[in-house]
Design a protein around this ligand. Sequence first.
Ligand code: SF4
Length: 344
Amino acid sequence: MSKQVIVRNVAIGGGAPITIQSMTNVSVTDVQATAKQISRLIDAGCDIVRIAVPNQQSVEAFRQIRGMFDIPLVADIHFDYRLALGSILAGADKIRINPGNMQKQHLLQVIQCAKQHNVAIRVGVNSGSVNKETLERCGGNKAVALVESLKEYLQIFQQQNFHNVVLSVKSTDVRETVAINKAVAKLGYPMHLGVTEAGLLQQGIVKNSVGIGALLLDGIGDTIRVSLTSDPVDEVLVAKDLLVSLGLKDGVTFVSCPKCGRCSIDLETMAKRVHAYVANIKKPLKIAVMGCEVNGPGECKDADLGLAGSNGKFVFFKQGKIYKTVPQETAFEEFTKEIDKLAK
Ligand code: SF4
């Protein structure tokens, strides 16, 4: 088991539940837009929010936003150590830095400041930021070089007796992501998982699910960020589905059939509405939306509750047994009432 890091009121590692992170994608200096996005992320189930802090003006905006929410906030810093110091003083619960783009004396100042204020540091390297010398030393093998770079940086933190650290190594390549994270997991620190620059929604979901999923199945990973070129809320929803589907988070397992020629109803619309309805239910339920009454209830026998199309109507079923038929017009309302009863 890894060490544990506490970020405000959330634990990362050491056997704590796996947390979901996302990042705002509007300028932090637009405080209202950032606050609105954070509220949406919280509603979607995000546990930790990261915010880019690219300049001094952003530090001040970060301070304002800090005062508006109780969720842990991470300041994402590149290059300028003064922004890291400023963000810590502005109330960041954790900062994310790539030590490779900071001078060592500046990095030491950041570590001291984080120590004084009990702020965690995510030490992150990714495939775009491997140091040339390390790459040469590792015979041009980027994966090995990434892990070596991270180990070298980690030593600096350890020499300062600073262990409030979360590690991340990211690649855009799924296989490489899995291999390097397996190597880094051996270091015993909490791990932040993600496949970087994974692309648009569909491709991004596939790459993140395969990469993060493979690691989680091996017991590696303490906090995840599904990186998508999309609304950050999508990152949270996908991360939640990923964790629920692996049994690593309580929530509704939603099932819907692919539909075939036996289906006589608008299955897709119903499935989307029910899926959206159950998104925030934390109880471990299995809810099914199936295309036909002939096979649907049988195909989904273990569902706590399901509905299936039946000649323009819907039948409701529990554990494979049909118990009610309702007209199409009222089916959604009646079904959600049944869900509410189970979710209580
Ligand atoms: S539940 Fe019915 S409609 Fe859906 S795939 Fe199975 S047989 Fe086809």
